[in-house]
Design a protein around this ligand. Structure first.
Ligand SMILES: [Zn+2]
Ligand SMILES: [Zn+2]
Length: 192
């Protein structure tokens, strides 16, 4: 009898010990998670302070951290150059006026309306120039706003029947399909 009692006690002890180990494991896991989350809070704050310090001191060559700031500046410049190379490889152009990405083949920036390329038709004078010289159809309408809707209506109706890509709309002036968030038509420069 004593043998079986002893055996039972041993089994119970082993089971208790396993329970304790499992519980410890769970608790350690949870504690480690809390350590990790606090560590990432600290890292984020370090980064925030470092960025603020860099912005405030990057121009100061006598600064205590001038060397580190210089490393950051060089790395940032490299990033900008590399991103330029990526854009060129991808055929993406930026507006020289506002820095917005230009859709392929844009004549006008969809963000600010600046002319960024020569139109396909031979036209040497920039449309938004003095207003003298070439009389592009969009110029007339742009200068005399109230008349524009009369010309717009038929263009819009014919093109509305054509399948439209999502996130695009039609320019009321020239009927081109343009990104929905355009402030200006990339094709004719009309303010949307
Ligand atoms: Zn622009
Ligand atoms: Zn247009």
């Amino acid at each position: 009898m004593a043998f079986f009692e002893q055996l039972g006690k041993t089994i119970n002890d082993a089971s208790d010990s396993l329970k304790r180990k499992t519980q410890n494991f769970t608790e350690v896991n949870s504690l480690e998670k809390q350590v990790n989350s606090n560590q990432s809070v600290v890292q984020n704050m370090y980064a925030e302070i470092g960025r603020a310090y860099y912005e405030a001191h990057k121009a100061d060559e006598q600064d205590v951290y001038a060397e580190q700031c210089g490393v950051i500046t060089r790395a940032l410049n490299q990033i900008a150059q590399l991103q330029d190379q990526i854009r060129i490889k991808k055929g993406i152009q930026l507006c020289p006026n506002c820095g917005a990405q230009l859709a392929p083949g844009s004549v006008f920036c969809a963000g600010c309306g600046a002319q960024v390329a020569q139109p396909a038709q031979p036209m040497n004078n920039a449309p938004q120039g003095g207003g003298s010289g070439m009389q592009a159809p969009n110029m007339q309408a742009g200068n005399t706003v109230p008349q524009a809707p009369v010309q717009q209506a038929p263009v819009q109706q014919t093109d509305n029947n054509a399948p439209q890509m999502p996130n695009t709309r039609l320019c009321g002036q020239c009927g081109s399909q343009i990104p929905a968030d355009s402030a200006f038509c990339p094709v004719c420069g009309q303010r949307i």
